[in-house]
Design a protein around this ligand. Structure first.
Ligand code: PEP
Ligand code: MG
Length: 549
């Protein structure tokens, strides 16, 4: 038996077989070519294949979707015949003696930047098309290497690390646990595992990668241990632990339908954090009072191009309709740092967590931000929507954001498109700056939601992605708790409600403190709602206050 130790990020005992995640190589190679003529032929034949693929896609889309949606393939086909674009690639291959993949990538950056700097929003949107057709050409040149893995029911997915979109691309019905050699406990992959209710152990070290598919293993998401080829004693112990866990989970079922109220009568809302539509059944089955954080950036990930306004509208509409009159807070795009999508073509940054991410991208890319706002506002008529902006750190950023929202509302009104004028607008408090000036921000919004994952990272100067820092990570650091309290006081002083949507909200050791602060809502992974309700219903703020005196 081999025992690996890491950090358990979601409790549960899983007995299964290891299955290693195989990854597509997305790097664009760059090398000097000896035979330029051959490279030009490589490019020309790739171009022909891409054009013919697009013609076929157009025909299929005409049959299976509709003319409007099919048109994009026709447009992309025409763009691939554009002489300026193709000559740019051919010239680069000829003069720089560079490989076709890299010449396409360079042309793509040049042309998409050119389109995106234009004033006209239609022309700006063509930047995304350039990236799409370039990606298509590059994928053909690199050959298809599928990242699909054939999973069997109960497989334990192993990898060096998994990005959130990779984790999401897996068949949830079949994955029973995640184990990674790297990764940190507060990374988005860890959050996703919790949200999917999948036991996970991360950061077990490089020995994991020396193992092979099919090995028998037991994952203990509570202790962070992974046992490979477990001996009889360990198997028996783990089976007992698993049965106890299943019994505890069954007991929690009894909390469904009950109020989130302390013994002395203090109420709080318990909402769910989600990233995709597949999680809606678990929002309902765990009896969430609403959705406090829908991480909309996941709509943009694991795909080759931006989702259209209509695609987004359909998703938001489904979430809102599913939740009926219950509150649904959708956070606008929070891409960047560890949540990447290649087609955004973001520059590599030294410090991505301190870089161009979230609202900073939205404010510099109206061609991305405005369609999302239009989709959200259009969907607002289908339920009880709140829109929330991530990573706000200054009044001017917030004012710029709200000006864009007003402008989009005017545009919709002018076109006679209905939207709910009462849609609440809020911000995430996830930078220390925002917490400190929350008294100035509060009058400008309807609510605050405290993102403790980033607030902790930025307050303690601890990169949440860096596994080496886990031992320095103090989740209950007084500095973070004081910033939370300051934010709550400032929100309430201005009559605004305030919630927590970071992972700290699910930490039952802090529930009493949050209740005392007067937090109005805790938004957590669906699987944490019933344990939190249990904790709240057993808390008596009066009594515990008395004891402390
Ligand atoms: C947070 O930072 O606490 C948060 C909820 O946002 P995310 O984890 O998606 O960055
Ligand atoms: Mg955050």
């Amino acid at each position: 038996m081999i025992t690996l130790s890491g950090k358990g990020v979601y409790g549960g005992i899983v007995i299964g077989r290891l299955c290693f995640y195989k990854r597509e190589n997305n790097e664009i190679p760059k090398y000097t070519v000896k035979n330029v003529e051959n490279e030009l032929i490589r490019f020309e034949s790739t171009l022909k294949k891409a054009i013919s693929d697009l013609k076929n896609l157009y025909k299929t889309a005409l049959k299976e979707i509709d003319k409007e949606s099919a048109a994009i393939f026709e447009i992309h086909g025409m763009m691939l015949e554009d002489e300026d674009f193709n000559n740019e690639i051919i010239d680069t291959i000829k003069h720089e003696r560079i490989n076709a993949e890299y010449a396409i990538f360079s042309a793509s950056v040049k042309f998409s930047n050119m389109f995106e700097s234009m004033d006209d929003s239609y022309m700006q949107a063509r930047g995304a098309d350039i990236r799409d057709i370039s990606n298509r050409l590059i994928s053909i040149l690199l050959g298809k290497s599928s990242k699909d893995i054939s999973l069997e029911q109960g497989d334990i997915i192993c990898a060096d690390d998994l990005t959130p979109s990779e984790a999401m691309s897996l068949d949830r019905g079949k994955v029973s646990a995640f184990v990674t050699s790297a990764g940190s406990a507060s990374s988005h992959t860890a959050i996703l595992a919790k949200s999917m209710g999948i036991p996970a152990v991360i950061g077990v070290g490089d020995d994991l990668m020396t193992l092979t598919d099919g090995a028998e293993a037991i994952v203990d998401g509570f202790s962070g241990k992974v046992y490979i080829s477990p001996d009889a004693e360990t198997s028996a112990r783990m089976k007992d632990k698993r049965n106890a866990d299943l019994q505890r989970k069954a007991l929690l079922e009894e909390y469904k339908g009950l109020e989130n109220i302390t013994l002395d009568g203090k109420r709080i809302e318990l909402f769910a954090n989600i990233q995709c539509l597949q999680e809606l059944p678990s929002v309902t089955s765990n009896d969430a009072g609403g959705i406090g954080l829908f991480r909309s950036e996941f709509l943009y990930m694991d795909r080759k191009d931006f989702p259209t306004e209509d695609e987004q509208y359909e998703v938001y509409k489904k979430v809102l309709s599913h939740m009926e009159s219950k509150k649904v807070i959708i956070r606008t795009l929070d891409i960047g740092a560890d949540k990447q999508a290649d087609y955004f073509m973001l520059d590599k940054e030294e410090n991505p967590a301190l870089g161009l991410r979230a609202i900073r991208i939205c404010l510099t890319r109206p061609d991305i931000f405005r369609p999302q706002l239009r989709a959200l506002l259009r969907a607002s008529v289908h339920g009880n929507l709140g829109i929330m902006f991530p990573m706000i750190s200054s009044v001017s950023e917030l004012k710029k954001t709200l000006t864009i929202v007003d402008d989009v509302k005017r545009e919709l009104t002018a076109k006679g498109i209905p939207f709910c004028t009462a849609t609440e607008l809020g911000i995430m408090i996830e930078t220390p700056a925002a917490a400190i000036i929350s008294d100035i921000l509060a009058p400008l919004v309807d609510f605050f939601s405290i993102g403790t994952n980033d607030l902790t990272q930025y307050t303690l100067a601890l990169d949440r992605q860096n596994r080496l820092l886990d031992r320095f990570f103090e989740p209950h650091h007084e500095a973070v708790l004081r910033l939370i309290e300051l934010t709550v006081n400032n929100a309430h002083a201005h009559g605004k409600w305030v919630g927590i949507c970071g992972e700290l909200g699910a930490d039952v050791e802090l529930t009493e403190r949050f209740l005392r602060m007067g937090i109005d809502e805790l938004s957590v992974s669906p699987s944490f709602i019933l344990p939190l309700r249990d904790k709240i219903r057993k808390t008596n703020l009066q009594k515990e206050k008395g004891i402390r005196k």
